[in-house]
Design a binder for this molecule. Structure first.
Ligand code: 5GP
Ligand code: ZN
Length: 114
């Protein structure tokens, strides 16, 4: 298996607290939550990040957005609101080089993005 942390989580080789899963995506709690609800949503297939979307088919890309809403529903924050974030590259402070979306909520978030 490759050395990518989130590929290992997707394969079950590293444990994670799964919130939602289907054939192509996996959502699990962030190990270092930055809000009361903080879940990571990934494609099971490896893509480096937002600059590498060609690695994924359109079905997977749409599944990610649909899964984000489903995760919010499962977390009970669909109506109170939440934020969907994907850090990209150095300035974006991406630390894991496997495309992922942060789903943040469960409390009133900062009115600033940065
Ligand atoms: P990034 O900084 O790349 O946008 O986000 C990476 C996220 O992955 C961080 O919020 C970090 O806490 C989380 N993370 C790093 N290693 C692990 C891990 O082994 N398990 C889980 N569940 N989250 C992790
Ligand atoms: Zn990967």
């Amino acid at each position: 298996m490759n050395e990518c942390l989130f590929c290992k989580i997707a394969a079950g080789a590293i444990p994670a607290k799964t919130v939602y899963e289907n054939d192509v995506v996996l959502a699990f709690h962030d190990i270092n939550p930055q809000s009361k609800a903080h879940v990571l949503l990934i494609p099971k297939k490896h893509a480096q990040g937002l600059n590498d979307l060609n690695a994924l088919d359109d079905g997977t890309l749409s599944a990610l957005l649909r899964a984000a809403k489903e995760v919010a529903r499962l977390l009970g924050i669909q109506d109170s609101g939440y934020r969907l974030v994907s850090n990209c590259g150095e300035d974006g402070r991406q630390s894991v080089q496997h495309l992922h979306f942060h789903i943040l909520g469960g409390e009133r978030l900062s009115d600033r993005m940065v």
